[in-house]
Write a protein that binds this ligand. Structure first.
Ligand SMILES: NC(=O)c1ccc[n+]([C@@H]2O[C@H](COP(=O)([O-])OP(=O)(O)OC[C@H]3O[C@@H](n4cnc5c(N)ncnc54)[C@H](OP(=O)(O)O)[C@@H]3O)[C@@H](O)[C@H]2O)c1
Length: 225
């Protein structure tokens, strides 16, 4: 039985991935902070851990045994303006969205992982009003390319870059910006979490190994308008 480690696999897009991997008979390990409303706790190894504690990640992963697939999904967005961004939130943003995924890549490859999928964002491609969020996701896209080169094909590592998705995170985007965004997509709706999860699942399991170091757009043609 293959093992998938999913960060933030208890909510939103990550929850859809947890369900999809369980349906395919994978052992699933989820790292997140709060499992109280998590309906799959009896079928999943739940690790309550705050991933901003980056220093503890190597020992944590080492304690989990063999890992085949890493899904770097946990993330945060604050929708704060650059000039009213507390340093404490900058630190959380960069640790959770960028440092932790990189540490997890390092640790999970040591633990046997040969497929990695990073949940980036369109914010990392076109910029974002939450500057630190955009920067963190641009960094993750860059790390995806860098590690594909570093691993020389022994690990297939890719990312997805979604436009806004109907999860709790969407609620943090001001209403006016959400409405403006809807005018930029072909179908005039936000993505659903399972649409992003399906793309990530494919990259984690079935995509050809020649697709490596890339970031797949899940943005409903947002660039075209
Ligand atoms: N929703 C969108 O519009 C959108 C668009 C593009 C990309 N994305 C990306 O997709 C990923 C998943 O987001 P989502 O939309 O599914 O949002 P979500 O429902 O808010 O999920 C965020 C996940 O991250 C976990 N998490 C947050 N802080 C954590 C911490 N300090 N330590 C460990 N886990 C933590 C949360 O679990 P706990 O709260 O239990 O810790 C939760 O499972 C994120 O990386 C996000 O940037 C989202």
């Amino acid at each position: 039985m293959k093992t998938t480690l999913i960060t933030g696999g208890n909510k939103g897009i990550g929850l859809e991935l947890t369900k999809a991997f369980l349906a395919r008979d994978y052992k699933v390990i989820v790292i997140a902070r709060d499992f109280k409303d998590f309906a799959y706790a009896d079928r999943v190894e739940c690790i309550a851990y705050d991933l901003t504690n980056v220093e503890g990640i190597p020992a944590l992963v080492e304690s989990l045994g063999k890992i085949d697939i890493l899904i770097n999904n946990a993330g945060v967005m604050y929708s704060l303006s650059y000039d009213s961004y507390p340093q404490e939130k900058v630190n959380i943003m960069l640790k959770l969205n960028l440092e932790a995924p990189i540490k997890l890549i390092e640790a999970c490859v040591k633990a046997g992982a040969t497929r990695i999928v990073n949940n980036a964002s369109i914010a990392g491609q076109i910029g974002h009003p939450d500057v630190w969020y955009g920067v963190s996701k641009a960094g993750l896209i860059n790390a995806t390319k860098s590690f594909a080169k570093i691993f020389e094909g022994s690990v297939v590592i890719n990312a997805v870059a979604a436009s806004p998705v109907e999860t709790d995170m969407l609620e943090t985007i001001p209403l006016a910006r959400r409405e403006t965004f809807l005018k930029t997509v072909v179908t005039g709706r936000f993505a659903t979490p399972d649409e992003v999860a399906k793309a990530m699942l494919w990259l984690a399991t079935e995509s050809p190994e020649y697709i490596n170091g890339t970031t797949i757009d899940v943005n409903n043609g947002s660039y075209m308008r």
